[in-house]
Design a protein around this ligand. Sequence first.
Ligand SMILES: [Zn+2]
Ligand SMILES: [Zn+2]
Length: 222
Amino acid sequence: MAQGATLKFSSAVRGGPSCEVRSPLGYRLTVSGSTNDIQPKVVDGDSSMTGNLALVENAWAFTLHKEFGRLAPTPEEQKSHRKQAEVHKEVVENIAPLLDSLGDEVLSDWCSGCFTYSDHVKVEQEGLKLPTYICETCGTPTIPCVAPGCAYMAVRGSGSIRLPSYCAEHSHKIPSFERAADKVARLEDYATLYEYDERNLARATRVVAVAGIGAGVRAARR
Ligand SMILES: [Zn+2]
Ligand SMILES: [Zn+2]
């Protein structure tokens, strides 16, 4: 059985919280910052890991929820943060092993993760039942859309069962990639459009809101 990725959380001692992610082959990503940071202040490690936006954002969201869970005053809040930390941890554990075997083959097409026309780098790993790629723009694992004749890239599911997927256009999440691309700058649209996905960057977008609220609550208590 192949070993998975590991996440090591360290709580704030003097600086802020941090997390070290190791891929199965030992490639490293470290994210650290303060609990007010929407993005990690420091991103360090191997380029295959640090260059993947979804990995970085979810590792940081995991870190924030672990820290917020530690600081939360009630058991309910602690539990809620622990649950959300687990969601981001799963995304990290889904992506990191794929980054160990990025190949040379590149497909250029619309991405259902970020709705941009992007390069997708093939993952050359044994045992993958579906041809899997990593979007260069958003870092999401992608697979070619299962709709006949469609060359767009669908989001590859995570978890133990991975089924063939439709791209965002064929699953009617967006009317068309071309029009969706006009909207990517608007965060509120991201949230609505991503709502139907199980695992995606919207979770990172959501944690940003949670992080902001948490920071506000603590600031108000001072
Ligand atoms: Zn993408
Ligand atoms: Zn399609």
